[in-house]
Write a protein that binds this ligand. Structure first.
Ligand SMILES: Cc1cc2nc3c(=O)[nH]c(=O)nc-3n(C[C@H](O)[C@H](O)[C@H](O)COP(=O)(O)OP(=O)(O)OC[C@H]3O[C@@H](n4cnc5c(N)ncnc54)[C@H](O)[C@@H]3O)c2cc1C
Length: 436
């Protein structure tokens, strides 16, 4: 009998499985698709390397430690990636990276800059939970929300700042106010506002990470799990290809699938997890002549600019070898929680939106379309009241010793969040297996 059945071979499932198999447990991973990786998918097409899901991973010490132990070398993003732009009224404005640059930058009006300076005087909120929109307007003003925070919320979550909870979606920022009474004071004390780390990918694309870890594990591909049941102190995993008995289970499938799998064990899980909203995203890869875009990571488009493209990454500038020498590979994102209908548009319609907006925003005349990917349920939205899902996950684990839940709807949406969480999840599983 196996010690651990891990459901889902996305980065959450694979990293948990890797820790546990390193510790000598008998681990089996079940993946419904032919290709593991979940959101992490790389496509090689016409000599280009396209990331269909995540482009980069922001690797801190923990993530680097994981990669080192797993024996895979990261590829670091080029220095150019440090320059990020915001599109405003017909031009790309570099995102200021220091207080001096912020005050010199044309990104915000003089009034908006003064409003930011007053942030340390704004008292903490008395409300138990606020949206990111409410929080930022209160502390830093509306223009800062529109031109700095909202574009980043769309860059990370493809989300709507008026719907996302500051407490659950950007916990670090929420805690700065709780601990220091001010984001600026907190950032000065901690010498940082955002998460630290270096941007990485892998030679040949992010899927190399998946292939590398999968090759060290027992991954049963194309074998969907249909149900998880309890049988005394064991679990029965019903799959497309038969039944398995296991001492413990880690479900890393997205919320809806996790709820469905748990229907025999927890009715509330199957009802509630189905309500977690995942914003849809359309990813378009285009090729332009080299030199058509400035050096940098790419740019984000504030919603108030009235465009449908959420952001554009200058993919071939981030990592070597992603395009031919005289061409530039760009990755564009559309859709998200504020423009979800885009997901159902015909291909022609999507291409014509992209064509028009890229010509207008970048002044590029020649654009070649390479690929289009639709993610109907791309990124889970940590909306107001999201705590109820996290509490439900804890309750299910408590009431069902040996059953564990993980994945980007519980521990953070970035690849780095999933890897960091895998340490704690694997420790919990190990504790259970050694005690039982
Ligand atoms: C378009 C896009 C761009 C992104 N960009 C970035 C980025 O630049 N940087 C970043 O850090 N993050 C980014 N993310 C987020 C990040 O990729 C994801 O949060 C992360 O990869 C999720 O990993 P996961 O393992 O938790 O879930 P998933 O990747 O969803 O994996 C879950 C796995 O479970 C499998 N599964 C589901 N049901 C079953 C079942 N019943 N039986 C067996 N298997 C099942 C699925 O097939 C899947 O393989 C992006 C996401 C998207 C969609």
């Amino acid at each position: 009998m196996m010690d651990v059945a891990v459901i889902g071979a996305g980065i959450s499932g694979l990293s948990v499985a890797w820790h546990l198999s390193e510790k000598g447990f008998h681990v089996q991973v079940f993946e419904k698709e032919e290709t593991p990786g979940g959101n992490i998918q790389t496509l090689k097409k016409d000599g280009y390397i396209l990331e269909l899901g995540p482009q980069t991973v922001l690797a801190d010490k923990k993530v680097e430690e994981f990669l080192k132990n797993a024996g895979i070398e990261p590829e670091y993003a080029s220095e150019k990636a440090k320059i990020r732009y915001i599109y405003k009224k017909g031009r790309l404005i570099p995102l200021p990276m220091s207080p001096l640059a912020f005050f010199r930058s044309p990104l915000l009006s003089f009034g908006a800059k003064l409003r930011v300076l007053k942030e340390p005087l704004v008292p903490p909120s008395v409300k138990s939970e606020e949206s990111i929109g409410e929080f930022v307007r209160r502390r830093l003003g509306g223009e800062f929300l529109d031109y700095v925070v909202a574009p980043f919320v769309s860059g990370v979550y493809a989300g709507d700042p008026e719907e996302l909870s500051v407490k659950y979606a950007v916990r670090r920022v929420y805690e700065l106010e709780q601990k220091f009474g001010s984001l600026i004071k907190g950032a000065i004390k901690l010498k940082a506002l955002g998460p630290g780390g270096r941007l990485i990918s892998f030679k040949g694309g992010n899927h190399n990470l998946i292939e590398h870890i999968s090759s060290k594990l027992n991954v049963e591909k194309d074998n969907v799990v249909l149900r998880v049941r309890r049988k005394e102190d064991r679990f029965i995993i019903d799959t497309k290809r038969g039944k398995h008995e296991t001492r413990s289970v880690v479900i890393t499938a997205p919320a809806t699938s996790a709820g469905y799998l748990l229907r025999d064990i927890s009715w509330s899980a199957s009802e509630e997890f189905d309500k977690v909203y995942y914003a849809p995203v359309v990813v378009v890869h285009v090729v332009v002549d080299r030199g058509s875009v400035p050096p940098g990571f790419g740019f984000l488009v504030p919603r108030v600019e009235g465009r449908r493209v959420l952001g554009v990454l200058f993919s071939s500038q981030l990592f070597e070898g992603r395009s031919s020498k005289n061409k530039e590979l760009l990755t564009l994102y559309l859709g998200g929680a504020k423009d979800p209908e885009v997901i159902d548009y015909q291909e022609d319609m999507l291409y014509s939106i992209v064509d028009k907006e890229i010509r207008e925003m970048l002044g590029i005349q020649k654009l070649e379309f390479l690929n289009l990917t639709r993610w109907k349920r791309a990124i889970p939205q940590y909306t107001l009241g999201y705590g109820k899902y996290l509490e439900l996950a804890q309750t299910i684990e408590k009431e069902n010793p040996g059953l564990f839940l993980a994945g980007n709807y519980l521990h953070g949406v970035s690849v780095a969040d999933c890897i960091r969480a895998s340490y704690q999840v694997a420790e919990k599983v190990e504790r259970y297996l050694t005690a039982s």
